[in-house]
Design a protein around this ligand. Structure first.
Ligand code: HEC
Ligand code: HEC
Ligand code: HEC
Ligand code: HEC
Ligand code: HEC
Length: 174
């Protein structure tokens, strides 16, 4: 009899442990979207203040094309042919410049293939600030690991409604 109760307890304990573990796994999967880690600890703030650059100097497509684009190593080469500071990140950039290797940056902002979005349309024609859709990039001292302003159909449509721009499905869905 004693033995049986003990067995029951053991089984229950294992069940509980399984449930807790499973619950934690579910929370981890649903709670946080995938965090992206960039290959080099790039610092936006230093380039917009100390280096005196503008968003358009690096994201060259932003005014005239669909895509803003992430800069190629050629853009970095004009300033980073030699190590000046002490940071490892800077040393990694100089290394890449010397060998002419592109840095494998990962995209954070991306719409699904069935959605059409144009930077030119929003930045040049619509005169909408980068900040509205990307947050305070000027203040970033390290790469963002997720979308600071999440892309969502609701958000697109809300602004279009406010500005009396058509929200017909066919405008955004190709
Ligand atoms: C010296 C070049 C440079 C300048 C100037 C610059 N950026 Fe960037 N930007 C980068 C690099 C490199 C990355 C990729 C690494 C990262 O995410 O930090 C990036 C990433 C981004 C991303 C994330 C894109 C994605 O989908 O992964 C956004 C948004 C962005 N920049 C906006 C801006 C805005 C807004 C400004 C001006 C306020 C700006 N950038 C100025 C080089 C630059
Ligand atoms: C107009 C010149 C200029 C361009 C173009 C430029 N940088 Fe810089 N960068 C600077 C200056 C100035 C600093 C700050 C002083 C230093 O550390 O050398 C800096 C610093 C850095 C650092 C060290 C930051 C830290 O917080 O430790 C990294 C990493 C870096 N740059 C990456 C890049 C990358 C990647 C590109 C190309 C997408 C790029 N830079 C383009 C001028 C520039
Ligand atoms: C109305 C919202 C909106 C505005 C304004 C906006 N962006 Fe974007 N941005 C997006 C969306 C949506 C994407 C994803 C696009 C895709 O997948 O084709 C994106 C993607 C990007 C990327 C990733 C690389 C790429 O080529 O797609 C960069 C870098 C970027 N934006 C920079 C900027 C900068 C710099 C500005 C201001 C000059 C700006 N954006 C203004 C919504 C916006
Ligand atoms: C903060 C406001 C704002 C947000 C957010 C915004 N848009 Fe727009 N959108 C505009 C404005 C303003 C225009 C008109 C620009 C012009 O004058 O051509 C426009 C135009 C467009 C057009 C062209 C419409 C046509 O009739 O040809 C498309 C497509 C579009 N947006 C897609 C998107 C998508 C997709 C998103 C979300 C990822 C988005 N927009 C988010 C303000 C916004
Ligand atoms: C202003 C732009 C815009 C308009 C107008 C728009 N959508 Fe979307 N839609 C998006 C964006 C951006 C996404 C992707 C982000 C998201 O899922 O929220 C999306 C996602 C979707 C999805 C989800 C697909 C998936 O990948 O899960 C469906 C379904 C959809 N839209 C249907 C519609 C229908 C139906 C209409 C017309 C009533 C419409 N949309 C109008 C921008 C738009």
């Amino acid at each position: 009899m004693k033995m049986q109760i003990w067995n029951l307890f053991r089984v229950r304990g294992a069940g509980l442990l399984f449930l807790v573990g499973f619950g934690a796994l579910l929370l981890m999967r649903c709670g946080s979207p995938k965090e992206i880690v960039q290959p080099i600890a790039y610092n936006h703030k230093v380039h917009l203040t100390e280096a005196g650059l503008d968003c358009r100097d690096c994201h060259k497509g932003v005014e005239n094309s669909i895509r803003a684009t992430i800069p190629s190593i050629k853009v970095c080469a004009s300033c980073h042919s030699k190590i000046k500071g002490k940071s490892t990140a800077e040393a990694q950039v100089v290394e890449a410049v010397k060998s002419g290797t592109e840095i494998p940056w990962q995209r954070i902002y991306r719409v699904p293939d069935h959605v059409f979005f144009s930077h030119r349309r929003h930045v040049t024609a619509g005169k909408i600030a980068c900040k509205t859709c990307h947050g305070d990039v000027e203040k970033l001292t390290k790469p963002a690991s997720h979308q600071l302003v999440p892309i969502a159909m609701k958000t697109c449509m809300k602004c279009h409604d406010n500005k009396s721009i058509s929200n017909d499905c066919i405008h955004c869905h190709v």
